[in-house]
Structure formats: structure tokens, C-alpha cells
Design a protein around this ligand. Structure first.
Ligand code: FMN
Length: 358
């Protein structure tokens, strides 16, 4: 039986949301996924100071679409008053919820006392949580890693911050089952996530880490008893992961992989939505890294990958679609987690994807 996922007033038919993914989870990726069953999505981490400074970087991050609701705006910052002001701005722009990022492991973010750093400073984390709670009336959520590192002190600080979310009536907390120190190495600790839910049964908890296909999402829910799954790398280039997960939850077999024409339609939609955000020239370059992720569902994946990676403009993008996507046929079934490590090499949150400081 499928249990709906509740985030504040939002009752989602599927217990899965699309993750915050710097450099990926823009309006284009969110809407492409929503049209294929994703019920809720999160922006990439938006630096509070960029939001408050105005300008082009801010406007692109804030672009929403009519179909893009409910949507969480995710904030990254170190100062309570700035985070509160940025939260107010997100609400003015139409975001339905505000998500606080206390998870990002990138060195330059940590060095500025933001993201995952805050797991080492519960007093400051709590000050930010309180200030944002007081600033807006929309639901607040939070993204954590399971600690700064594997020490007992880190576990204690995690617990303090997590419990404060309960005290402030946050609508949900997403937890990545790796420590900040681990970055993307090793496996996410799903046992930790299971224990967390046992300890905090009343809080809506989303699990993150190593969900590369619908089967992994099933595995995580089954093993942890969490309320929902935060789908991250597994959604990049695979917006069908949501409907596949829905089918498995309903006790149906895994649907066949999207056909070549279904893939073509998604690629075209994703591209056109990216043009709305970035304009044609930039969208073509941006879509390279998206195209290569879609290529894994194509039977000639390796060749499609090579050609997408070389795209410099829309003409070349159209050519790749003409060569590989103009005859219909079955797609390549989704990969298992065992193959994922290889595929996702190089797909990690790195400094280049974090918004520039102002
Ligand atoms: C390229 C990339 C960008 C990311 N950007 C964000 C982000 O902006 N906000 C966030 O909360 N998490 C971010 N993450 C972390 C993911 O949301 C997720 O927690 C992590 O990848 C673990 O899940 P997975 O192993 O299923 O991918 C990012 C991860 C990657 C790979």
C-alpha cells in the first residue's frame, strides 16, 4: 500500500521528491520530471547573499513555472539575519517551502561556515533555524548529512540540530546517509537512517544516498521505514524514475524502459525549458551534461554520450537527436546500483557548481 508523503500542508501521492542538485535541478529539470510523475522538487542550493544582491544569477535561480509546484527554495548561508531575509524573498517569489542546506561538503562552502559546516556549530545552526522560522509562515524543511564525521561528538551535534527541527515544527528533514567528511565516497548508511526514524517517529524524514533507480528507492523505503525518498543522481537524465517507483509501490512490475521516442520528447522538453531560463546559446552548452545522463537509457549509450559531450550549439544538439532519436525502439533498461558508481563518476557536487560569492 502506497503511503502519501506529507510535507506541511502538501500531501504527495508518491513518497519521493526530486533533490536539490547544484547545476542540475533548475526549473527545466524540475518541470520535465513533474510531467513524468515527480510530485515535489527542490531548487539547487541558492546562496543567500546572491539572492539578496539581486542581478542575473539571482533571477535565474528564482525562475518558476506554473507546473512547478509545490517547490522548495533551498538556501545556503551562515548568518541568521541574511538567511531570514533570503527566505522572505523566496516566499515573495512564489516558493511554497523553504529548505535549509546544512549538508553541502564543498570546501569553499565549508570554509565560509555554510552548508555542512553548520553541523559542527549547533548554536549557529539553531539561530538560523529560529530566524528563518520567525521570518516566514510557509513550511520549513532542512537538508542534513548524518554528521560532520563519524565521531560521537558529531552524532551528538547532529541530534541537537535534528531535535531542534522538531521543536520548531519543521515540516520535514532530509538526511543524506554519508558524513560531510565522506563527501561522495563509500556507501550511504541506510541503517543510520532506519535508526533515526525509530528515534523520531513523528518527524517526516526523507532519506538520501545511493538511490540510482526505482528499485533502490523501494529498497531504501523497505529497509528504513522512512517517509520518503530524496532522489538525486538517480533523477539526472532519468525523469521516469518517479513513475517507475510508483509502479513498484503499487505492486506492479517495473515498466519497460522509456522508448527512444519517449526519451526524445523528454530531451526536447528539457531543452526548450532550459532555453527559457538561459537563452539558446547557454542552454545548448548546459544541456551537454544533461544529454550525457539521458544517454544511459539509449541502446547505443556510449556513442550518444560521445556526441552529446561535443555539442556546442543548438544545431549540434538537434543533430544528435536526429541521428540517435529519430527512429523509435525500446530503451535500455535502468541500471542497477552495482553499475552506478562508474556511471556517476564525475557527477559530484564540486566547487565549480556552487554559486559565485558576491
Ligand atoms: C552534482 C550534485 C549536486 C548537488 N547539489 C546539491 C544541492 O544543491 N543541494 C542539496 O541539498 N544537495 C545537493 N547534492 C546532494 C544530493 O542531493 C544527494 O543528497 C546526494 O547526491 C546523495 O544522493 P545520491 O547518492 O542518491 O545521489 C548534490 C549532489 C550532486 C551529485
Amino acid at each position: 500500500m502506497r503511503k502519501p508523503l506529507k510535507i506541511g500542508p502538501f500531501e504527495l501521492a508518491l513518497p519521493a521528491i526530486q533533490a536539490g542538485l547544484a547545476g542540475y535541478s533548475d526549473m527545466a529539470m524540475r518541470v520535465t520530471a513533474r510531467r513524468r510523475g515527480c510530485p515535489y522538487a527542490v531548487t539547487e542550493a541558492l546562496l543567500d547573499r546572491v539572492m539578496l544582491a539581486g542581478g542575473k544569477a539571482r533571477e535565474k535561480g528564482l525562475i518558476l513555472h506554473d507546473e512547478d509546484h509545490p517547490v522548495a527554495g533551498q538556501l545556503l548561508g551562515s548568518e541568521a539575519d541574511e538567511m531570514a531575509a533570503a527566505a522572505r524573498l523566496l516566499v515573495e517569489y512564489g516558493f511554497d517551502t523553504v529548505d535549509l542546506n546544512f549538508a553541502c561538503p564543498v570546501k569553499k562552502v565549508m570554509g565560509r561556515c555554510r552548508g555542512g559546516y553548520l553541523l559542527s556549530d549547533p548554536a549557529q545552526a539553531k539561530a538560523i533555524m529560529q530566524a528563518v522560522r520567525d521570518a516566514v509562515s510557509v513550511p520549513i524543511t532542512m537538508k542534513l548529512r548524518r554528521g560532520l564525521d563519524g565521531s560521537a561528538l558529531a552524532a551528538e551535534r547532529f541530534e541537537q540540530i535534528f531535535s531542534h527541527a522538531t521543536e520548531l515544527n519543521f515540516a520535514a528533514v532530509a538526511v543524506h546517509g554519508r558524513t560531510v567528511e565522506q563527501k561522495y565516497t563509500g556507501r550511504a548508511d541506510w541503517d543510520f537512517l532506519a535508526g533515526l526514524k525509530q528515534h523520531h517517529p513523528a518527524m517526516t524524514i526523507l532519506g538520501s544516498g545511493d538511490v540510482f533507480c526505482a528499485g533502490d528507492a523501494m529498497g531504501m523505503l523497505g529497509k528504513t521505514n522512512l517517509d520518503g525518498v530524496w532522489i538525486a543522481r538517480g533523477a539526472i537524465g532519468n525523469p521516469w524514475i518517479f513513475s517507475e517507483f510508483a509502479a513498484l509501490l503499487d505492486g506492479k512490475p517495473l515498466p519497460p524502459a522509456p522508448t527512444i521516442f519517449e526519451q526524445r520528447a523528454a530531451l526536447l522538453e528539457h531543452f526548450m525549458l532550459a532555453v527559457e531560463i538561459y537563452g539558446e546559446a547557454l542552454a545548448s552548452r548546459q544541456m551537454r551534461k544533461i544529454g550525457i545522463k539521458y544517454s544511459r537509457l539509449h541502446p547505443e549509450g556510449a556513442r550518444v554520450w560521445q556526441d552529446f559531450i561535443a555539442v556546442k550549439n543548438q544545431r549540434e544538439w538537434d543533430r544528435v537527436l536526429d541521428v540517435y532519436y529519430s527512429a523509435d525502439g525500446p530503451g535500455r533498461p535502468q541500471i542497477s546500483v552495482a553499475d552506478a558508481a562508474d556511471l556517476y563518476n564525475g557527477c559530484q557536487m564540486d566547487a565549480a557548481r556552487v554559486p559565485a560569492e558576491v
